[in-house]
Ligand binder design. Sequence first.
Ligand SMILES: C[S@@+](CC[C@H](N)C(=O)[O-])C[C@H]1O[C@@H](n2cnc3c(N)ncnc32)[C@H](O)[C@@H]1O
Length: 460
Amino acid sequence: MKKRIKNTLKFYRLGEKIHNDLFHKKGEELIQEEFAKKISRTEVINYLLSLKDFNTKYLEIGVRFPEQNFDKIKSKVKFGVDPGYENKDNPVDFQLTSNQFFEKLKKSEILEQSIKFDVIFIDGLHLAEQVERDINNSLEFIKHDGFIILHDCNPPSIFHTIEFHEYKLSPAKGFWNGTNKNPCFQYHHRPEDRPKGANACRNYGLKIIKGDFFLFLDDDDLLADFSLSNRIKTISLNSKEDIYIFKMMRFTNKVGDLNLIVNKEFKSKEEALIMFLKHQIPWPISSLFLNSDFKNLRFNENLIRFQDVAYGIQLLLNIKKTSELKISINEPDVFYRNTDNQKLFKEDFIKKILEASIAYFSYVDDMLKSNFSEFDYLKYKKYHFYFFLKFYETYFLPMNRKLYNLKKLKRVLIQRRYINKFDILKMLYVEMIYNSKFKNRKGLGLYRIFTKWKKRKYFL
Ligand SMILES: C[S@@+](CC[C@H](N)C(=O)[O-])C[C@H]1O[C@@H](n2cnc3c(N)ncnc32)[C@H](O)[C@@H]1O
């Protein structure tokens, strides 16, 4: 009897200990947080499929219970692969492990060897080596603009990432992410204390990267599947100090539907710098493939626009005299999705541009001042002033009545001795005419004023 009571007490004490254990409590909290997350895997997959034309092909590796995800996927053609470890009925197209499936596919023993999928969802055996194998195999069968989705790569706690699945008394309960944290791909989040936007994200990335080279890729960019190997091969044949610029091409719906290269031609570092200053941007940021020596250059987190232009200028001011800018002669390896430009002349958009111009103008002027002799600084001021004129003429002048901050920008220009009080008067005259019914009348001197500004060689 005493022994029974002792055992029962032991049993309850163990239960109590687990129940009150801080790791178990935190584990439970994290599990609930995961459940509360709004966007499900099914929604992500269906969203990506919806971006493609209706003839989509979908492959799911690891299906388990099809009604939980597979059946809800909207794709013209879909296939599931699962050896059936967790569901004895296993109603899938291929009752195989993913390795067996890809082996047979490569030999055309199942489906056609030439098949390419729009989306492949990898959710089979969650061990890092296996996931890596699944990724490599999937890369052979994914369309050039397709998506490979990896599930469970962001484990909420260390207890979710153990090697085996069977032990369920841990703070992760029965939930398991495996050791999916694939070394090739890592997901990082901008620290909470950094401002929102691409600049802080990129700076955070620059702080933690460990590789020999790096590149920037935005959500409207697409990297060709040969891009990384192409870039590594090209750059490794050259001096480490050179900067290699690859070509970017625009597309509307599908890569190749527009024959427009984003990059502009230039002959020297000097010309590239002048182009950036004049806002005739010689290369988009995703064209760059930089060696790790450049990872200490940071984006200006106060700029809400023009950050890539400022980065280009900074890069050119920081490369060694002996380094060269080399333009890849290969075909384009990065693509930019064209979006409609309707927002370009909307009031809010222009107000943001104006706000950004104020910060950008001072930032670039400071860079020019600190990098050049007085003589050269005066020379580059001319091109930097072009930037102002371009935006003034295109955006600010037509909307000047609504742009309270235009005064602020003019003040910066006066303080930094780009313009004088007479220029301010001329601007007021130009704006007055622009706001009147004489806007389109010739002979009022507007053209002459702008031409003189554009030709201005010497600054104060
Ligand atoms: C997490 S479940 C899949 C869940 C499903 N994708 C969903 O979204 O509801 C993992 C599945 O992978 C399967 N699996 C395990 N090892 C595998 C392997 N080597 N190849 C393919 N599938 C595997 C298991 O049988 C299990 O059904």
